[in-house]
Design a protein around this ligand. Structure first.
Ligand code: A2P
Length: 270
């Protein structure tokens, strides 16, 4: 009789009005980064690039943090890419989840890194550092991205090479997927750089924009507000510095209710 009683206790402890989903898989990349996939609640709708509040019961209290949904809107499952903060109120517990465990999710997704917040353009830049790649993991798997843009450039900058693997695997998965590879064709390019280790592509994305190396490496002209659009996701400092460079190039920040040339969102941690 112990097992049912425990299940009932657990069910009773789940806060009302939130989804309680089941972890399906967990993959650890480094001692700082991991991804997990979980069930998607029936009727849960979101736009690729949005975030949701993800949580766990810690003791008898739920703890939530904002997480970009890394899977595309059409996916039957939900994917998240997370940092592990040793003393993080949520991630110190979340990093220990295993298949079969329960993860909480608040019902309303939101966010500005959505295609609707950009005016039409030709080339879409997605600038990311660290776990800031998560919303773009969603968007690069969404066919709408390629209906709206003919050239999609995802930049991912991390401290070291091992941290690039999530993004590199993702692009490989797209290339190996019959349906997605047909939609994506050769429109998607991943530009990965590291800042604290040797690698063919080195440096902060801000420096590479400023000195023009990003553009010469890709064989594209410098930023042009008439054809280029941007999305930025990273730490507060990275957002500020990248935003300044885009503004210097004559691009304006947009929002859901006022689409423009670029949008930003903080990569959340904790
Ligand atoms: P750096 O190694 O020079 O600090 P983190 O894991 O700390 O979030 O950092 C992810 C990546 O973002 C690192 O490569 C880091 O470079 C880079 N970064 C940190 N601050 C900025 C900034 N203000 N502008 C651009 N890149 C940044």
């Amino acid at each position: 009789m112990n097992a049912p009683a425990k299940t009932e206790d657990f069910a009773a402890s789940i806060p009302a009005g939130v989804f309680a989903e089941t972890v399906l898989s967990v993959q650890h990349y480094t001692d700082r980064l991991f991804r997990f996939r979980m069930t998607r609640p029936a009727g849960f709708r979101f736009r690729s690039g949005e975030f949701a509040m993800i949580g766990l019961m810690v003791g008898d209290k739920p703890i939530y943090r904002a997480y970009s949904i890394a899977s595309p809107a059409w996916d039957e499952e939900l994917e998240f890419f997370s940092i592990k903060v040793p003393d993080g109120p949520l991630t110190s517990h979340l990093q220990a989840i295993k298949p079969g465990d329960t993860v909480l999710m608040r019902k309303k997704p939101t966010g500005t890194l959505v295609l609707d917040a950009l005016t039409p353009g030709k080339r879409l830049y997605m600038f990311s550092t660290g776990t800031g790649i998560a919303p773009f993991a969603s968007l690069i798997r969404d066919p709408e991205t390629y209906e709206k843009f003919e050239d999609v450039i995802l930049t991912h900058t991390c401290r070291d090479v091992a941290e690039l693997k999530y993004g590199q695997d993702l692009v490989e998965e797209i290339r190996n997927d019959d349906m997605l590879s047909e939609i994506v064709g050769n429109k998607l390019r991943l530009y990965s750089t590291v800042t604290r280790e040797d690698y063919p592509f080195k440096g902060r994305i801000t420096d590479l924009i400023e000195n023009g190396k990003l553009f010469s490496d890709l064989g594209v002209p410098p930023l042009n507000p008439e054809i280029d659009r941007g999305m930025i996701c990273g730490s507060a400092a990275m957002l500020k510095d990248t935003k300044e460079l885009l503004e210097k190039a004559g691009m304006q920040e947009g929002a859901n209710n006022k689409p423009s040339e670029f949008v930003i969102e903080r990569a959340f941690v904790g």
